[in-house]
Design a protein around this ligand. Structure first.
Ligand SMILES: O=C(CO)[C@H](O)[C@H](O)COP(=O)(O)O
Length: 437
């Protein structure tokens, strides 16, 4: 293996399809990546052939097999080593007897054995034990399903590198050109980068940026491949479409059966926390009172029991403008379409009618409601665009926002491959992934 003045950058190919993975790896290598990892999804999809092909394509680079082994340590190290891997990653949470077997097999076949600390109860102490068991690399890894909760590995890298004096330290989990250098400074000897490289329209440029940041010690800011925290949810939801969010929510979340009162000549995009109202057929008292409860940036969501008598119109919409309310959703009817269009605040309703109801004052503000088939709690995120409206429960909002961004970033890479002259069916290997039951 090579000598480095900065830590090697390892591209983790967490893809399902070998030709795409090889192409992306080649691009990342042009940008300076020297360690090529067959990610666990690639290994599960393509087997040891993934390792063989990576070895064939990159004879002089370090090939890593992320086996995530939990049992049969010796067998799994042997098979990956014989397929051409230089480094084999197993799970540190596995039993000591498995780790010992893997380490012995590593010595027998002349490969390095690394342990992934994912899901370990006390990662710093486990890292110390793993080092004593003879592993060559300790991988501080925040997994894909943990990163969406805005956890990053840097703090732990520091603690583990202070505790372990012999093993090399690898860091993985959402590292990009802004954060890789922080992991390096915290003590990482190997920088593992997956999504930011395999989702990039230019893995070469992304790799180069990461390596430059490591060489100069200066983070290179990026608008992509970031994870958003609770305070950044509006920014996050503005980046993605409701289609991305729907995918991230496994197709749940959509409000159904609403018609937009919007000018489709202008781009339509809003996101904000819900203020909820429940009232009864055409009763417009509580909907109008709720405007005063709203803050700028809120979305007013009204359950009017699907009534065909209007509980909302032009004057109420105008009041929303003064308050900075970004959209109004009515499970019921609205009127004054021409005024609403002129005011420009998006309004969605079940129907449109000239007939208004009465302000009787029934109902509640900011209780859980049912609107267009979805339960909405006060503070849940409501996101709308030309495709429709999605409700994201407040408690899951950060996770869903980050997962939706991941969906978008993966699609961006697929678009890039289509723009290079491929077809969608070929890029995603549609035939291979049809249900075979
Ligand atoms: O092992 C992995 C997933 O289990 C990934 O390879 C690792 O998390 C690096 O990818 P990313 O940079 O996208 O987090």
């Amino acid at each position: 293996m090579e000598n480095y003045d900065i830590p090697p950058v390892q591209v983790a190919l967490d893809l399902l399809d070998l030709p795409r993975a090889i192409e992306i790896a080649k691009e990342a290598v042009l940008g300076g990546v020297t360690w090529i990892e067959a990610g666990t999804p690639l290994i599960k999809s393509e087997g040891m052939n993934a390792i063989r092909k990576l070895r064939e394509n990159f004879p002089n680079l370090t090939i890593v097999a992320d086996m995530k082994t939990m049992d049969a340590g010796s067998t799994e190290v042997e098979m990956a080593a014989k397929a051409g891997a230089d480094v084999i990653l197993i799970l540190g949470v596995g039993p000591d007897s498995m780790i010992k077997e893997a380490v012995l097999a590593g010595k027998k076949y002349g490969v390095l054995v690394g342990t992934d600390l994912i899901a370990t109860y006390d990662p710093v102490e486990r890292a110390y034990e793993l080092e004593k068991l003879g592993v060559d690399i300790i991988n501080i890894h925040v997994g894909l399903d943990q990163q969406v909760l805005n956890i990053d590995p840097v703090e732990l890298v520091k603690k583990v590198s202070e505790r372990c004096k012999h093993a090399k330290i690898a860091a993985a989990g959402g590292l990009n050109s802004e954060t890789a250098v922080k992991a390096y400074e915290a003590g990482a000897d190997i920088i593992i980068v997956g999504g930011p490289l395999y989702k990039s329209e230019s893995p070469e440029k992304t790799a180069r940026d990461i390596i430059t940041s490591l060489k100069t010690g200066k983070p290179i800011s990026t608008s992509k491949f970031k994870k958003f925290n609770e305070k950044e949810l509006l920014d996050a939801f503005k980046i993605v479409s409701t289609s991305n969010i729907s995918d991230a929510m496994h197709r749940t979340g959509e409000m159904r059966g609403l018609k937009p009162v919007v000018d489709f000549k202008k781009p339509l995009k809003f996101a904000g926390p819900a203020v909820t109202v429940r009232t009864y057929a055409g009763d417009w008292s509580k909907p109008v009172s709720a405007i005063d409860v709203c803050s700028a940036g809120d979305v007013l969501v009204i359950d009017n029991c699907g009534s065909e008598i209007s509980c909302w119109g032009g004057l109420a919409t105008l009041s929303c403008k003064t308050k900075g309310i970004v959209a109004v959703i009515v499970d019921g009817a609205v009127r004054d379409v021409e005024e609403i269009l002129k005011i420009g605040i998006p309004v969605f309703s079940k129907s449109i009618t000239p007939t208004a109801g009465e302000p009787k004052g029934f109902g509640e503000i900011n209780s859980a409601i049912l609107c267009a088939g979805r339960t909405v709690e006060p503070g849940d995120w409501i996101i709308g665009d030309e495709n429709g409206i999605i409700v994201v429960p407040k408690k899951d909002a950060m996770e869903i926002a980050n997962r939706a961004i991941d969906v978008k970033e993966r699609e961006d890479r697929v678009k890039e491959e289509i723009n290079r002259g491929n077809t969608l069916g070929k890029v995603i290997r549609l035939k291979d992934w049809e249900l075979k039951k």
